[in-house]
Design a protein around this ligand. Structure first.
Ligand SMILES: O=CC(=O)O
Length: 344
């Protein structure tokens, strides 16, 4: 078994007692955990019996000196949540070969620098796909049928006063354009197909195995859709992919659902389009400057707001822990990795 160069005695971390059945840290592969203090998942407890974890957040030492002192030989890194992994961080990790991201989106990681260094990256979109897809569809139905708005109407005691709540819009027969047909987008397409919607998509590349019409640009997709559902990664190419022109092409009745990243939409423009009634509605789980959400949206009944919760269930987190474990095991035994993020 390969040894790491760092001396475990020197590491300012809680070293697991060598309980029966557990190997000592010296026999385990070294894995760096990078997490903002706000990300306090049980991940370390799950992995510690199997890997020798280095977690700078457990140390009083400043992260920079921790990494330069202890992480030179690290080959694998777990990036927890949206903890930034910058070029500067990567400079401190000359032996790094693999980043295992616990998130679906990887816009907090300098992916171009990873590519330059030949670092492989896995993400967690497969583990989160079902929950994210359910949520995207729920937002879409909610916007079209005005479920949250009707709930507010009832709770405000308006039913006996104002009579029936206004009719909203039907799902079956609608044309839905999916932006990003990866693991999440594909599950959205299957769900909406079952609801009787017609599906088209835009993606980095056309997918020959997929029966839905492909649009190479989002503007054309918008012009042929009643709703756009955003499921793609935020990259330099996709930032503000939903701009003024796309919203105009989508039209006054068009709806935008976003379970990707806030930066996919020019949010200021979206607010203006919604306020003017130049777009039909929006279901937003993500925002450009979370947790700040434009106040103007709070007043709009054709907008459903959600605090970045689409992917999160206890079950999806369990699946992510399993995926991280599987990928680390595979990496250290030279087996194929799952959910590899293709860096363009
Ligand atoms: O938005 C959630 C994620 O990227 O994991």
């Amino acid at each position: 078994m390969e040894r790491n160069n760092a001396n475990p005695q020197d590491l300012p971390m809680a070293v697991e007692a060598n309980q029966e059945g557990l190997q000592s840290n010296e026999d385990l592969h070294l894995v760096l955990v990078l997490r903002l203090p706000s990300f306090n998942l049980p991940l370390n407890d799950i992995l510690r019996p199997h890997f020798h974890l280095l977690d700078p957040a457990d140390s009083p030492e400043p992260a920079y000196s921790f990494l330069s002192n202890h992480a030179q030989s690290v080959r694998a890194l777990i990036c927890v949540g949206y903890t930034p992994v910058t070029a500067e961080t990567l400079n401190l990790l000359p032996s790094l070969e693999l980043i295992v991201a616990s998130s679906a989106g990887v816009d907090h990681i300098d992916i171009q620098e990873c590519r330059r260094r030949g670092i492989i990256m896995t993400n967690a979109s497969t583990a989160f796909a079902e929950d994210a897809a359910d949520y995207a569809v729920a937002l879409l139905i909610n916007v079209w049928r005005r479920i949250s708005a009707a709930d507010r109407f009832l709770r405000a005691g308006l039913w006996p006063v104002k009579g029936d709540y206004p009719l909203a819009s039907k799902l079956r027969g609608k044309r839905v354009g999916i932006v990003g047909l990866g693991s999440i987008g594909f599950k959205v397409s299957k769900r909406l197909e079952a609801f009787g919607c017609s599906i088209a998509y835009n993606s980095r590349m056309e997918k020959p195995s997929v029966p839905f019409p492909y649009y190479a640009n989002v503007l054309d997709l918008a012009a042929h859709s009643d709703a756009l559902v955003l499921c793609c990664s935020l990259t330099e190419q996709t930032r503000h992919i939903i701009n003024k022109d796309v919203m105009t092409a989508l039209g006054k009745k068009g709806v935008i659902i976003n379970v990707g990243r806030g930066g996919l939409i020019d949010e200021k423009e979206l607010v203006q389009f919604l306020l003017r009634g130049d777009i039909g509605g929006a279901g937003l789980d993500v925002f450009e400057n979370e947790p700040d959400v434009p106040r103007e949206l709070f007043e709009l009944d054709n907008v459903v707001l959600s605090p970045h919760r689409a992917i999160s269930t206890p079950e999806s987190f369990e699946a992510v822990y399993q995926l991280i474990f599987t990928n680390l095991k595979a990496f250290f035994s030279n087996k194929p990795l799952q959910s590899v993020y293709q860096i363009e």
